[in-house]
Design a protein around this ligand. Structure first.
Ligand code: AMP
Ligand code: ZN
Length: 494
């Protein structure tokens, strides 16, 4: 079964087929780097990460590009407030975005930055003027004339029949119900960053950035364009108008939008006190893997209600999967194979695949793996898992993790990084007892323990018992008991 995906443009679930052979070219609107990313942002970024992982899993070659908006109204305002250049200002938050993405298991896309494509953007505007769909105003700004694009509104399904030709707006985000000629290029204002270009001095509008960079990286028509649902109008509508007016070709084939998340049943907002960055959650002692798991547990088009109970549940789920894997890796199994376990593994892979092919039904895919864990644990307890069943079951877990990416236990080192950051930026008071306990009691993550066990094995193979004993003592001090048996080395926490 091929992947079926909802396309905002057609308002239907459609079969996904790339335009070119086996290659998928996709673009996601990335962050505006003026602050730390919040969990709403990461709901969307994780959803797109999961999509690209699943496309690759399905055998496609994926070229995934994301922009970093490093010049816009908010950045200019906040850099001026802090008295720093916009480069200094955005460098800090771009770094934070990359760290946070890694924290939550996002594979890094090809990143493109607005300020590195200014000349191409000016050129794009000049071409639109040549075509008669853009015009210059007295102050040197340029606007897109939406009356010239008869399909304006086709993505957001808004009817702009009564719109006023020539009414203009120069802010990037505006009233959701009005259509206005929007700024492609903004003339310089005192104290604002601007660039000298072929169309005069100024800076690009936000919508223009994405049109220029996506087409430059992926071609005039590409497979998929993604973002949160708030971007449908005006951002994506405007991208389509600019791009298609210029090329006369369809811009993106599929439009993928993640639904906005709620926090404890309400829209996230600073004034309600339910606004959380990823770092806020880690400071409270939550593991990155629990956050990622929770964000993927509700299919991207359903409303995810982010709650602390849900986060605890996420932690339990991840723990259950990790324990099952440890059990398989560390157990002693009778020789042979059990056909029930062999077919359970095959069926689970098929169920996961079918669920994800169905417009990325992540909840069903997770249900499939838990059903396998339930049945396999029961079989384990009654000696019905045989030696040759272990590899197929481990393979299912590995396949699940190619997409969900929560099994490898690197939570503690990641949490330690957040703790160190909090101290460095003077947020030590926000470090919870839970986080301190996890990081500072010297608790090693499973991954760190496995690494040390590997070093112990290597030392023993080299008959270097002194080193092996030293590692064993170190593990004991960290609360890990190591047993050396004729079948190998086993460990457990005290
Ligand atoms: P921004 O940095 O504001 O441009 O947003 C980056 C991405 O996060 C965009 O794709 C937004 O649509 C998305 N986003 C912002 N808030 C939320 C939310 N509450 N839920 C889901 N996605 C969001
Ligand atoms: Zn964009």
């Amino acid at each position: 079964m091929p992947l079926r995906l909802y396309n905002t443009m057609s308002s239907r679930v459609e079969e996904f087929r790339p335009l070119r052979d086996n290659e998928v070219r996709m673009y996601a609107c990335g962050p505006t780097v003026y602050d730390y990313g919040h969990i709403g942002n990461f709901r969307t970024f994780v959803a797109v990460d999961l999509l690209q992982r699943f496309l690759r899993y399905s055998g496609y070659q994926v070229r995934y590009v994301m922009n970093i908006t490093d010049v816009d109204d908010k950045i200019i305002r906040d850099a001026a407030r802090d008295g720093v250049s916009i480069q200094q200002y955005t460098a800090k938050y771009e770094k934070a975005f990359l760290e946070d993405s890694a924290l939550i298991g996002i594979e890094q896309p090809t990143l493109v930055r607005a300020t590195q494509h200014i000349a191409e953007m000016a050129e794009f505007v000049a071409k639109l003027v040549e075509k008669g769909v853009a015009y210059r105003t007295d102050d040197g700004s340029y606007y897109f004339r939406i009356a010239k694009f008869s399909e304006y509104g086709k993505l957001s399904k808004k009817d702009f029949g009564g719109m006023l030709d020539g009414a203009r707006v120069d802010v990037d985000e505006y009233d959701k119900d009005s259509a206005r000629d929007f700024a492609l290029w903004k003339s310089p204002k005192p104290g604002e960053a601007s660039w000298e270009t072929a169309i005069g001095p100024g800076r690009p509008g936000w919508h223009l950035e994405c049109s220029v960079m996506s087409m430059e990286e992926l071609g005039e028509s590409f497979d998929l364009h993604a973002g949160g649902e708030d971007l449908i109008f005006p951002h994506h509508e405007n991208e389509i108008a600019q791009s298609e007016s210029l090329t006369g070709k369809p811009f993106a084939h599929f439009w993928f939008h993640a639904r906005f998340l709620l926090v404890e049943g309400e829209k996230m907002s600073k004034s309600l006190g339910n606004f959380f960055t990823l770092r806020d959650l880690v400071l409270k002692g939550h593991k990155p893997s629990s956050i990622r798991y929770l964000l993927t547990s509700v299919p991207y088009r359903n409303q995810l209600n982010f709650t602390f109970d849900g986060l605890k549940q996420g932690a339990v789920s991840v723990e259950r999967l990790r324990n099952f894997r440890l059990r398989l890796n560390g157990g002693n199994f009778p020789p042979g194979s059990n056909t029930a376990m062999q077919s359970l593994a095959i069926e689970t892979v098929a169920r996961m695949r079918a669920a994800l092919d169905d417009d990325l039904n992540t909840a069903q895919a997770q249900a499939a793996i838990f059903e396998m864990v339930r049945q396999a644990n029961a079989a384990f307890d009654t000696g019905r898992i045989k030696k040759d069943d272990v590899a197929p079951l481990l393979t299912v877990l590995a396949k699940f993790d190619e997409i969900f990416a929560v099994l490898d236990d690197d939570d503690v080192p990641k949490m330690r990084q957040v703790l160190d950051w909090a101290i460095a930026v003077g947020r030590g008071k926000d470090i919870s007892v839970e986080l301190r306990d996890m990081v500072q009691t010297g608790q090693l993550s499973d991954l760190e323990i496995e690494k040390k066990i590997g070093e112990m094995k290597a030392a023993r193979n080299a008959r270097d018992f002194k080193t092996s004993d030293a590692i064993r003592a170190e593990l004991a001090a960290a609360g890990v008991t190591v047993e050396i048996t004729k079948d190998g080395i086993r460990w457990r926490r005290k």
